[in-house]
Design a protein. Structure first.
Length: 217
């Protein structure tokens, strides 16, 4: 499973990229607002740090203006992935861009039928929002299972990008179901490294090593 980080914070992106675990980045208008940075500048900077897909979201709601915005965004770098909402205009834009060889991430997916439409429109990625689904009393991971089944039934190439990931269990379940990608905030990715027994083990080894009175260097 590929790991994308869901942030526009360049320091966090650099830090995670240094682990070698980072396969891509997702952003959205709220994350750009949170960063306090200029949209086009921050996307360009992220593309300079990460070789994989960097999702940059259009903000128009009509197809014609989405295409104009996409034309600006796709010029930034070859690894820019245009993010469009799961609407009729969004999917028209998806079809036009993917036919032209541009990566497209269809976002704000909350049903398996929507995911089916995105795949038929040629989406490179579909982003079902599991956390927001759970928040509203639905089962986010069941949605991922349903999409996996449908995409496998018809051998769609669209990658399932699990989004709105809130905790490590979402990551674990995504991997068990066979999602292609998950995108999570930096804190969730960093939490994956932690285990109380790892910390306890290190403390024990350090204590016994100190008693040997030796050093390696
Ligand atoms: C995905 O691309 C979105 O940016 C993101 O995962 C939304 O997550 P949220 O529900 O935590 O805002």
């Amino acid at each position: 499973m590929k790991f994308f980080v869901d942030t526009a914070d360049i320091a966090e992106i650099r830090d995670l990229a240094a682990t070698g675990l980072l396969d891509g980045v997702t952003t959205n208008p709220s994350l750009i607002h949170k960063s306090g940075r200029k949209f086009l500048e921050v996307i360009e900077e992220i593309c300079g740090v990460v070789d994989g897909p960097v999702s940059a979201e259009v903000v128009a709601l009509d197809h014609e203006t989405m295409m104009k915005e996409a034309a600006v965004l796709r010029k930034i770098a070859p690894n820019v992935c245009i993010k469009v909402p799961l609407t009729i205009d969004g999917l028209k834009t998806c079809k036009a861009l993917t036919d032209d060889g541009v990566m497209v991430n269809v976002t704000l997916c909350f049903s398996a039928n929507q995911a089916l439409l995105a795949a038929k429109a040629g989406a490179s990625f579909i982003s079902p929002f599991v956390g927001r689904h759970d928040d509203n009393g639905f089962d986010g991971m069941q949605l991922i299972e349903d999409i996996r089944l449908i995409y496998d039934n018809y051998a769609f190439d669209t990658e399932i990008l699990v989004a709105s990931v809130r905790h490590p269990i979402h990551v674990l379940d995504s991997a068990k179901i066979g999602a292609d990608v998950m995108t999570a905030p930096p804190a969730v990715i960093k939490a994956l490294f932690n285990h109380v027994l790892t910390d306890k083990g290190i403390a024990g080894f350090m204590s016994d090593w100190a008693k040997t009175g030796q050093s390696i260097l």
